[in-house]
Design a protein around this ligand. Structure first.
Ligand SMILES: Cc1cc2nc3c(=O)[nH]c(=O)nc-3n(C[C@H](O)[C@H](O)[C@H](O)COP(=O)(O)OP(=O)(O)OC[C@H]3O[C@@H](n4cnc5c(N)ncnc54)[C@H](O)[C@@H]3O)c2cc1C
Length: 334
């Protein structure tokens, strides 16, 4: 098949290396020198390593920091989550390497299927939050985020740290990147972090390497339909593959790319598989949304919370952390 991939983020760059036997071209809106993968670069090493290997790369070459604990600051105290594989890695360099030698059209913003796409059998919308080629989502929820890549020797943390905002409307993060470097960032539904990161930069005497930001979609695939229209098909965050409570979308977008490959001849089967595999995201979303709306009740929401716990507990390797029901309860009360 002749396939166009629109968007060179994690989904697009991974797909470019997984569509053997097809003729593939990628259209990216940013010029090559301005293209950047906005993200905190946290992921689960044991799980992603296998996927990255399938694309012909060695994940170990990109690991920056191996975590042993994540400190959660609830505002009333802290607790530690034991990690089992959560790392930070140089996502930008890996994506960049994945694009090398591929047929790229840099600086090409695609807004519609014009004559350029007449010869393509499929056009993948891998434009992330933009969802440039598929119908807009009714009741979409995108959380604004800002992040700084910084260097300092005055950080009080040497491992992962997060501080959830009241009502689970987002969180502030410190993700170490090794050698005194870190991503400090925050995402909050109402942009309520304003000034907080800048105060941290001052307090910890940070050298700012770069300031980045873009919103992240937290509505799950069940709310992001249709996944395809004509010969356009969405893969990755464009169809909501972000784990809502964590804003974690790297592995989910790559998993989504795999489902696309497995069902490349049947878009209905693809949609069914995506919905089946992300059923748990809808439960996580209901829990997070009830908190956001101030409508959380332990009686009403406990079944969803329990499902989320069981899923994360059974899939420790996938998340790279050891989940306890008591930790989720503390988050529910945050
Ligand atoms: C601040 C922040 C921190 C995050 N941290 C983490 C983390 O630590 N771990 C984790 O797992 N997830 C994290 N996420 C989520 C994760 O980064 C995304 O869910 C994931 O990158 C989505 O991948 P994608 O390829 O679908 O989209 P994207 O990575 O957003 O890529 C989309 C690409 O499409 C291009 N594009 C957009 N519109 C057009 C157009 N019209 N024409 C052509 N090109 C276009 C963009 O320039 C971009 O290159 C974070 C998100 C944010 C915003």
């Amino acid at each position: 098949m002749k396939i166009a991939i629109v968007g060179a983020g994690v989904a697009g760059s991974y797909l470019l290396n997984r569509l053997d036997g097809h003729e593939v071209e990628c259209f990216e809106m940013r010029p090559q020198d301005k293209w950047y993968t906005v993200c905190a670069w946290g992921t689960s090493e044991p799980y992603i390593s296998e996927m990255v290997k399938r694309a012909g790369f060695n994940f170990q070459d990109y690991v920056l920091h191996k975590g042993s604990k994540m400190t959660v600051d609830t505002g009333h105290g802290t607790f530690d989550i034991k990690l089992s594989g959560l790392v930070s890695y140089d996502k930008h360099r890996l994506c960049e390497d994945m694009l090398k030698g591929k047929k790229m059209h840099w600086g090409t913003q695609v807004k519609q299927l014009d004559a350029r796409f007449a010869d393509f059998d499929l056009v993948v919308d891998a434009t992330g939050m933009q969802r440039a080629l598929l119908p807009k989502i009714k009741n979409d929820i995108i959380v604004p985020c800002v992040e700084y890549q910084v260097k300092s020797n005055k950080f009080p943390w040497d491992d992962f740290y997060i501080k959830p905002y009241h009502g689970l409307t987002g969180y502030l993060w410190f993700f170490p990147l090794g050698e005194g470097m870190a991503h400090i960032g925050a995402g909050e539904l109402h942009g309520g972090y304003k000034g907080e990161l800048e105060a941290m930069l001052k307090k910890y005497d940070c050298e700012v390497i770069r300031k980045i930001g873009r919103p992240v979609r937290i509505v799950p695939p069940a709310y992001c339909q249709p996944f395809s229209e004509g010969k356009v098909v969405g893969v990755g965050e464009s169809i909501g593959t972000v784990f809502p409570m964590l804003g974690e979308g790297i592995i989910p977008s790559m998993q989504c790319a795999e489902l696309f490959i497995e069902n490349i001849d049947d878009m209905e089967a693809y949609a069914e598989e995506v919905l089946k595999r992300t059923d748990i995201y809808a439960k996580v979303f209901r829990f997070v949304k009830s908190k956001m709306d101030g409508d959380f009740s332990i009686m009403r929401n406990f079944p969803d919370l329990l499902s989320v716990y069981l899923y994360m507990h059974r899939n420790e390797r996938r998340f790279g952390l050891q989940t306890k029901l008591s930790d989720l309860m503390k988050l529910a009360n945050a």
